[in-house]
Design a protein around this ligand. Structure first.
Ligand SMILES: [Zn+2]
Length: 465
């Protein structure tokens, strides 16, 4: 009789399609100095890290299907670098590259993640980023164990401010091409008497995915919040911004003694949303003070959600992706002439702000290819879904996806699977401002409409029974 019982148990387990999960983090703090920091105009060199950078990964498996989600402490990572990391991770784990979603947090205090020459200091960093991203996913895969998963979304509006503002006439300076048609201004002076009202909403939805072992031990927590970054790090130091601090504080709250636990914060659709209260200017904070405060409050929300949600021991896992061709924008004859003149002008005080930086971008776009293929992706995890878009996505696009998706709840991870600048809607193109300027915006005016359509199709695919 004994063998019958054993047989029953061994076939019953996989037939239930029980969820397994694993998480892992790998360090990507620079080891060679100085490094350039990207995220701002001009050159900033860093000689030290305020806090470490990581790649954090979560692997889920159910009924023979696996997916991997990884979040990198970087401003953005280009598609070719991520594709290389996925290929390596796929070789190590057997998970198809198409089932991997890898995004950058958008910390503005990290080294660049693109370099053609892998023998240069920056190139060696890119190689390490690739190796460690694959190592984090492989580490999570190695730790796969029976797990339970829960999900919730909570409105946390207080940390969010739309940073694009309508201003009184005459209050918006010319753009870097000397044009004066902008009616929305990014990051206006806080407390200015010229402020009218914000040009867009914020998305207060804080999404939390919590994963526990079958025995109830925390394995991982994935957050998603539409906040560009916090900033306020002194002296050109490398930092993971509030994303890294959130990960550290959630671990402290949920699993202080367990190095196997990994928390991560993915960026939602935050292209026009930051942490600056433009109406009620706040006193200057100490370095890292605001990061710590925002991360602490978000970690408290996350810990409360993790303690109160319902956990399930299985989840239908699906992944779908599509390639979409988008035309690159090209400078107009007038912009091109302005750009060339700007580069020849020795006295920068005679030029609009950042004119030379945008002139170089305009010339690069003029000489560059006509179109690009971008990767769009949707994942289903049980009763909810995740969309992935390789841009800095204006927040109302994420809100529209949440409203129109065939599967709800859903959240969007931006800066995922690549980076092609900002993604404004056609309405925002008409308003102008930083996020729409040629050079910060790279692709055609209708891009957000096309991308939203494809994302909704992909969500429909993964939603199907
Ligand atoms: Zn940005």
């Amino acid at each position: 009789m004994k063998w019958i019982l054993a047989f029953a148990i061994s076939t019953a387990l996989p037939a239930w399609g029980a969820l397994r999960a694993g998480a892992s983090a790998a360090d990507i703090t620079p080891q060679e100095w100085p490094v350039r920091l990207i995220g701002n105009f001009g050159l900033s060199l860093s000689l030290r890290a305020h806090d470490p950078l990581h790649v954090r990964a979560l692997v889920l498996e159910d009924a023979g299907t696996s997916i991997a989600i990884a979040v990198i402490d970087s401003c953005y990572v280009k598609r070719d670098v991520l594709d290389e990391a996925k290929a390596l991770a796929s070789k190590l784990t057997g998970i198809p590259s198409s089932h991997m979603l890898i995004s950058a947090t958008h910390t503005h205090s990290a080294p660049p993640s693109m370099a053609g020459d892998r023998t240069s200091l920056e190139g060696r960093y890119v190689q390490r980023l690739i190796d460690q991203t694959a190592a984090a996913i492989a580490g999570a895969h190695k730790r796969l164990a029976p797990a339970r998963i829960g999900y919730a979304v909570r409105a946390v509006p207080d940390e969010l401010f739309n940073r694009r503002w309508f201003m009184k006439p005459g209050a918006i300076p010319p753009n870097p091409y000397g044009e004066t048609h902008d009616v929305a201004r990014m990051n206006p002076p806080a407390g200015s008497a010229d402020l009218l009202h914000p040009a867009g909403p914020t998305d207060p939805g804080f999404s939390v995915v919590s994963v526990r072992s079958a025995e109830g031990k925390p394995i991982a927590l994935l957050g998603n919040y539409s906040l560009h970054y916090v900033g306020g790090i002194t002296g050109n130091q490398v930092s993971a911004d509030y994303f890294g601090e959130f990960a550290r504080l959630v671990k402290q709250r949920l699993a202080p003694d367990d190095d196997g636990f990994v928390a991560m914060m993915s960026n939602g659709t935050s292209g026009d949303v930051n942490n600056i209260d433009f109406v009620h200017p706040r006193p200057r904070a100490e370095p890292f003070e605001r990061i710590r405060a925002v991360a602490g409050r978000m970690a408290n929300h996350a810990a409360e959600i993790a303690a109160s949600i319902e956990y399930r021991d299985s989840a239908t896992l699906r992944a779908a992706e599509a390639e979409l061709e988008l035309r690159y924008r090209k400078p107009s004859a007038k912009q091109l002439a302005f750009a060339k003149a700007a580069l020849d002008e020795p006295d920068e005080s005679k030029l609009p702000r950042n004119a030379k930086a945008y002139a170089e971008r305009a010339l690069r776009l003029e000489a560059g290819p006509a179109a690009v293929m971008v990767k769009l992706q949707a994942l289903r995890i049980g009763s909810f879904a995740v969309a992935a878009i390789p841009f800095e996505v204006l927040t109302e696009i994420g809100l529209a996806i949440k409203e129109r998706s065939a599967i709800k709840p859903v959240f969007t991870i931006e800066l995922a699977n690549g980076h092609w600048g900002y993604l404004p809607t056609p309405r925002h193109h008409d308003l102008g401002g930083y996020e729409t300027w040629l050079g910060t915006n790279l692709v055609e005016r209708e891009a957000s409409v096309k991308i939203t359509d494809v994302i909704l199709q992909l969500l429909g695919q993964v939603a199907a029974p």
